[in-house]
Design a protein around this ligand. Structure first.
Ligand code: ASP
Ligand code: MG
Length: 411
């Protein structure tokens, strides 16, 4: 039998009614002749509650016990989904990560998947089980302890199962009906895409579009898993939602296919550091040791052997960055005149594989921002993306203006 993977996010299993609605969708696919692997998240809000309990009990907690607690939300929904399917007459069984087993490394709370041997579940399919309901987000370490895959990790569980079982497709059921050209909450003209290339989705996911965990897209791209994002709240046809696929499968594509943003960015500058080998290594080595996620980096032209080093990071990491840079200044490891922080910035990016072959996208983007009177603080580019850091109060304006200028509302 061909295998289909269906993943239901937290809002799609938020209560017993919604679990029943999701189970009906599963029943429809079973009746088409698929063996179905259902991956479930915890009920919406549950994981946050569990994380809160852990932090309240032990602020500097043992990550193994964090995983023991936080993985439990998925166990509940897996069991309830299997029971609901059984009540509908569909032969179903629930599986926790360790029972499959979904093998991971030992990086608790951020574990990576090593292997999913399909034998145990396949043996049950051979005996007549039609649906394996698997608890998402969790696995087992080589030491035999429960691990979790990082927040949003059930998406990655789903794609990994699709790859391991050579599934025809991996359907991600969520509370939106697909991937949009930008966030419909800040741009009313945002349009749902029928298809999007893996590379573009990867950029959009890592730039702040929250539909899919970035790692799940990486995995889908690597194993060429056809990924579909669709709503569990609407009646669905086979063409519903957005297909994330190989770029060869997309006939016509706009040059720019998405505008992403990330609101909580900060810009820090070390004023007047020496311009000599090793300075960047010192600054960014120290920030990395402090767990600061540096994103954009700019080094100024130097005068008289001194230069300014500017970088961006999430606003909630500014305090940590300041402490770390202060320490190496005090210790004499790095000499700079002043550290200035601007915490009122946001990042806006345009993404599209068409940029590889078309020039002028950057020029057009900058012209649009100029016409809106939006000043650019930092620019970075990749082959298929241009990002700018702007004042946060202009973020929504910038997104809307770029969406208009690149005509993303038109297919
Ligand atoms: N329940 C986990 C979370 O909220 C995993 C997931 O839903 O993807 O992060
Ligand atoms: Mg999610």
């Amino acid at each position: 039998m061909p295998t289909l993977v269906m993943k239901f996010g937290g809002t799609s299993v938020a209560n017993l009614d919604r679990i029943r609605r999701a189970a009906k969708r599963v029943g429809v696919e079973v009746s088409k002749g698929y063996d179905v692997i259902v991956i479930v998240s915890a009920m919406s809000g549950k994981t946050n509650e569990l994380v809160g309990w852990v932090n309240e009990t032990s602020p500097l907690h043992d990550a193994r016990e964090y995983d023991a607690v936080v993985s439990s939300g998925e166990n509940v929904t897996a069991g309830l989904m299997a029971l609901t399917l059984q009540e509908m007459g569909v032969p179903a069984r629930s599986w926790q990560g360790w029972q499959v087993p979904l093998k991971t490394d030992s990086a608790h709370s951020q574990a990576r998947i090593d292997d999913i041997p399909p034998e145990n579940i396949n043996a049950k399919f051979a005996e007549g089980m039609k649906v394996a309901v698997v608890a998402g987000f969790q696995g087992i370490s080589p030491e035999g302890r429960i691990t979790t895959l990082g927040r949003g990790g059930s998406d990655t569980t789903a794609v990994a199962f699709a790859a391991a079982f050579d599934a025809v497709r991996c359907d991600i059921y969520t509370d939106v009906d697909g991937v949009y050209t930008t966030d419909p909450r800040i741009c009313s003209k945002a349009r749902k895409l029928d298809k999007i290339a893996f590379e573009e989705m990867l950029e959009l996911a890592s730039l702040g579009a929250k539909v899919l965990q970035t790692r799940s897209v990486e995995l889908a791209m690597r194993y060429k898993v056809k990924l579909r994002v669709l709503s569990s709240f609407e009646e669905q046809s086979d063409e519903a939602g957005t297909l994330v696929c190989d770029e060869e499968e997309i006939m016509e594509s706009n040059i720019v296919n998405g505008v992403a943003y990330s609101r909580d960015e900060a810009k820090l500058t070390c004023l007047s550091v020496a311009d000599r080998p090793g300075i960047a290594a010192t600054i960014f080595g120290c920030l990395s040791d402090a767990g600061v996620n540096v994103d954009m980096i700019v080094q100024n032209i130097s005068e008289d052997g001194r230069t300014d080093m500017t970088f961006s990071c999430p606003t909630d990491q500014v305090a940590r960055a300041k402490v770390a840079l202060d320490e190496i200044k005090t210790s004499g490891e790095l000499n700079y005149a002043e550290l200035v922080a601007d915490t009122e910035v946001a990042k806006v990016s345009v993404v599209g594989i068409g940029m590889r072959s078309q020039s002028g996208v950057a020029a057009k983007m900058f012209k649009v921002l100029r016409d809106e009177g939006v000043n650019i603080k930092i620019i970075t580019t990749s082959e298929i993306k241009i990002s700018v850091l702007v004042e946060r109060k202009y973020m929504e304006l910038a997104v809307q203006a770029l969406h208009d200028a690149f005509e993303l509302d038109k297919a």
